[in-house]
Design a protein around this ligand. Structure first.
Ligand code: FAD
Length: 525
């Protein structure tokens, strides 16, 4: 007999899960968080800048307690080629005080702190049955007769809670078992590399230890201030698409790359190759030289956005954070933690309503989760930027355009002993000389349209979400049909090749015994 447990079970104690737990406890509802890492946070990787102030809903003035590294007062965007770096910087000293823009954080510390806040709040409000259990891997779900989740499997035992939030992070194994994804998607996850590549990017990160003062001098920061620098890595082999980040912590620097798997796997190019080249780059070296690498971690990042989002609710089940592809990577920012926190808070609020309505955790009751997400920045942003891959997936952005900018600025700032040209002439002539003018115009128009159209649809009051959902669903169905067809064709071809190879082998084995076979007219009847 399955063991019955009170309240909501949260699978995954990351940003999403712990925020949901905080919301549930603040509403007086029992909750159990099951986290495979021990301690909480030990399995998590983030760049990581925590943008926004969503935690304020459950921890007012959270920045007074949260163990953050530095408030972000500078945002830099850089384009690197093998020998140059072009950077735009926006600095705002207002960002060093409330309302902050963001904080550099180390997940091992922040996740642990969030978990302690759940326990603290439960004690303060005398909420019973609140548990955060570390070092526990949820192995699977159990289902009722209609295929809806009813329990979880852990250590070979079945436990049944009243409802579940699945937030076990990117590339979830558990999601694929649930009714939130179709059978077709499950098959594709196993058999189609293209399907997986549309949804996940590789991330790798190192933490480099340095003296606090050295960090402030090298990054041109006032004491205590912090910088977030996003980069286009234009020095990697042509065709490889990767972005980089460099964030200042108190006495460490977080340095990492996000590599588009699709651009790299055929060429046996791995994230460690990209990361090593990045660390050695002449633009990066002045910041990190002499520092000691104290941590290295890799992680998947979900980049499918709303296009590859699963269904968000079912009987007794909600999904949030990375598991639901709630991450925005625009090239200017990587934002996932704030989406995870917000979705966790909204999942908590949805469960709380269902609890108060007589513990009605039916899909109909939990459907308000999706409405709440649409009323927040989570789905509105993901809807508006749903075609961002048309910009970030453009290989010219990672090779040709950084070189073009290098060429333009070299001409503008480099005195050659010849009369100077105007800026307009320098830019125009360089673009014309590069032969990239038509592509640049076409890419510019495509980029503008790919953002404007979805944004203007998503913003139509009331109708916007419905229209966007319909368009996204249709596009996903079309893409699934194509991918499924390709996968079956590949499988068919592989099976055919295997049969042919077996036949060839059999023939080869048979050949010495029949040196004068049928072809030679020497049958042995
Ligand atoms: C290299 C890199 C850099 C990034 N930089 C940034 C950044 O600067 N800013 C930003 O906002 N976002 C960034 N992100 C994204 C951000 O890290 C994620 O969006 C965010 O952590 C998602 O939170 P989550 O709670 O959904 O998932 P996670 O934080 O991944 O938490 C999932 C939890 O579930 C646990 N778990 C998994 N399986 C099980 C199981 N079967 N049973 C029990 N527990 C399980 C895991 O151990 C983990 O603790 C970055 C991501 C990467 C990879």
């Amino acid at each position: 007999m399955p063991e019955k447990m009170p309240g909501v079970c949260i699978i995954g104690g990351g940003m999403c899960g712990l925020s949901a737990a905080l919301k549930l406890v603040s509403e007086g509802i029992p909750v159990t968080v099951l986290e495979r890492g021990s301690p909480v946070g030990s399995k998590n990787v983030s760049g990581g800048i925590l943008w926004g102030r969503d935690l304020e809903e459950v921890i007012p003035r959270f920045w007074e307690e949260m163990p953050f590294e530095r408030p972000i007062t500078s945002k830099r965007i850089s384009l690197l080629t093998d020998k140059s770096g072009f950077t735009v910087e926006f600095k705002n000293t207002d960002w060093r005080k409330p309302p902050f823009a963001g904080f550099s954080v180390l997940r091992a510390r922040v996740d642990k702190w969030l978990a302690s806040k759940v326990t603290e709040l439960a004690q303060a409000r005398a909420v019973p049955d609140v548990n955060i259990i570390e070092g526990v891997l949820v192995e699977g779900f159990t289902y009722d007769a209609h295929g809806h989740v009813v329990g979880i499997l852990q250590g070979g035992e079945e436990l049944q809670f009243e409802a579940y939030l699945l937030c076990d992070g990117a590339n979830s194994r558990l999601l694929d078992e649930t009714p939130l994804v179709s059978k077709e998607q499950r098959a594709l996850k196993k058999g189609s590399r293209k399907y997986k590549m549309a949804q996940q990017e590789w991330g790798a990160k190192v933490i480099i230890q340095l003296d606090e003062k050295a960090i402030e001098e090298r990054f041109n920061l006032m004491p205590g201030d912090g910088v977030a620098n996003e980069m286009v890595l234009g020095f990697l082999p042509k065709g490889i698409r990767a972005g980089g980040f460099m964030y200042s912590n108190k006495d460490t620097i977080s340095l990492g790359v996000m590599l588009a798997m699709e651009s790299a796997w055929r060429r046996d190019f791995y994230f460690r190759d990209a990361l090593d080249q990045y660390i050695r780059h002449p633009y990066i070296q002045p910041f990190v030289r002499g520092g000691e690498e104290v941590e290295y971690a890799t992680h998947w990042a979900p980049i499918g956005g709303i296009n590859w989002m699963p269904e968000l609710f079912d009987d007794r089940l909600l999904v949030g954070g990375d598991t639901a592809q709630m991450l925005l990577s625009t090239g200017l920012n990587i934002e996932g933690m704030n989406y995870a926190i917000k979705s966790g808070l909204l999942a908590g609020a949805t469960f709380a309503d269902a609890w108060r309505a007589g513990k009605n955790f039916s899909a109909a009751a939990l459907s308000s989760y999706e409405r709440r997400l649409w009323n927040s920045f989570v789905l509105q942003d993901l809807a508006q930027f749903r075609n961002i891959d048309q910009i970030t997936g453009n290989p010219r952005l990672f090779y040709d355009y950084p070189r073009l900018i290098e060429s333009v600025f070299s001409k503008i700032v480099w005195p050659t002993g010849q009369p100077k040209k105007t800026f307009g002439e320098s830019i125009g002539l360089t673009i014309l000389g590069s032969g990239l003018a038509p592509q640049l115009m076409a890419d510019g128009a495509k980029a503008a349209l790919s953002e404007l159209v979805p944004a203007s649809i998503a913003r139509i009051p009331i109708l916007g979400p419905m229209l966007t959902k319909e368009l996204v669903t249709r596009r996903r169905r079309r893409m699934l049909r194509v991918l499924y067809h390709d996968m079956k064709k590949d499988e068919g071809e592989r099976a055919m090749r295997a049969v042919e190879e077996k036949a060839d082998e059999a023939q080869a084995r048979a050949a010495p015994a029949h040196p004068h076979g049928a072809d030679a007219g020497g049958g042995h009847a």
